[in-house]
Design a protein around this ligand. Structure first.
Ligand code: TRP
Length: 380
């Protein structure tokens, strides 16, 4: 019998059956993608596994027509290897010619997590944005904005907040509840703002109409459904249906979803080599057997082994990865050896990333939609 699992924007737990999620949410599996996509590890290995209305994005790419990738993250806690899955997609879509809009969800963090706008600003500028840039984001055709300060251009800012307000007319309480599990005025505001995030690239003030794809973790689908439904109901605007893609969660070290508030669960992109080694050796859930003899005899289970799972995100070479899989399963490769392979891989990646991130710190302003003076300074 399948384990019980939960995937909502406010809770992710249990062993997730993605096939079942596709059915329950009414998503479409991502299949038959062109080579530009399957050259990318995340698409080739089905880390990005499902979509809604993605055909129009594929068509735009094929016909070399403009399209937008829009997504966002709450700047809370450390930026970890789970967040990197979204950031890697940003850079990928940019390389395909997309215009990018990236929301720093500081208003959402304020309402859903009780985090002040100043703290969100600090975390975004110190942790998130430098990592986006280090993961390959270019300043051209890219706008990073704070929900609390959309644009230095009043016409654009007004259009974004006007849209948020106009959409309110078409939402129901039960729809809000589906997004946050409970209804409070603040959470309603945040849900409407996220709908405005996803839809505003289509407004004329932002160069629309244009097709938009929103890559998200699967827990965010209720937000997509809300935005799509509001868009279909409004008479004040004409929107083309949002496209979205869904990626798997990077498991936490002990299983479950990676959480930045739990040291034993996450590998942060700021962790040093010693910390990574310690965390992987100490906390990474192993699919190996209890003794070397039993392991040699019966083999390990790579499908539940967290070190192996991480390698599927970081080892580019399919042949090597398959060898690790086969050798681990046959018992030839021990748990400690597999962990050592992962530690070396992660630390090589992080050493390079950390160099790039330090260089990126001087370039943050090239990406921001509104300069510093637009950010709220008051205490909350
Ligand atoms: N709700 C998202 C999160 O929890 C953040 C977010 C805000 C977002 N606006 C968005 C995601 C627009 C995708 C598109 O991290």
């Amino acid at each position: 019998m399948a384990d019980k699992f939960v995937v909502t924007p406010w809770e992710v737990s249990g062993r997730i059956d993605y096939g079942k999620l596709v059915k329950e949410f009414g998503l479409t599996p991502l299949e038959g993608l062109p080579k530009a996509f399957t050259d990318n590890l995340l698409f080739r290995r089905k880390k990005v596994f499902a979509h809604r209305d993605f055909q129009k994005i594929l068509a735009a790419i094929k016909e070399r027509k403009p399209f937008v990738m829009m997504t966002g993250l709450m700047p809370t806690g450390k930026f970890h290897i789970g967040h990197a899955v979204v950031a890697r997609q940003m850079a990928f879509y940019q390389s395909l010619g997309a215009k990018l809009y990236i929301a720093v969800a500081d208003i959402e963090a304020f309402h859903a997590r009780g985090q002040t706008l100043e703290e969100s600003r600090r975390v975004a500028m110190e942790e998130y944005l430098p990592s986006y840039i280090a993961l390959g984001l270019k300043p051209e055709n890219c706008e990073v904005y704070f929900q609390s300060a959309r644009s230095a251009d009043a016409g654009r800012a007004n259009a974004y907040y006007r849209l948020q307000n106009m959409l309110a007319k078409h939402a129901t309480f039960s729809e809000f509840k589906a997004v946050y599990g409970e209804i409070s005025p603040g959470k309603m505001v945040a849900a409407l703002l996220q709908a405005a995030d996803m839809l505003h690239p289509q407004l004329p003030e932002f160069g629309g109409p244009v097709p938009v794809v929103v890559p998200v973790g699967t827990d965010q689908d209720p937000h997509l459904r809300l935005a799509r439904d509001l868009a279909a109901r409004t008479k004040a605007y004409r929107f083309t249906t949002l496209a979205s893609t869904y990626h798997v969660f990077v498991p936490g070290l002990g299983g479950g979803k990676m959480s930045s508030s739990d040291e034993r669960s996450c590998i942060a992109l700021t962790d040093d080599a010693k910390t990574v080694k310690m965390k992987v050796n100490k906390y990474a859930f192993s699919g190996g057997k209890d003794t070397v003899e039993a392991h040699r005899k019966h083999g390990g289970d790579p499908d539940v082994d967290v070190a192996y799972q991480y390698l599927t995100f970081f080892e580019e070479d399919d042949k090597k990865l398959k060898r690790y899989y086969d050798d681990y399963k046959s018992g030839k490769l021990l748990s400690g050896e597999l962990k050592a392979i992962l530690i070396a891989k992660l630390n090589a990646f992080l050493a390079e990333h950390q160099k790039r991130r330090e260089a990126a710190r001087k370039r943050l302003h090239e990406y921001l939609a509104a300069p510093e003076e637009f950010t709220p300074k008051q205490k909350h």
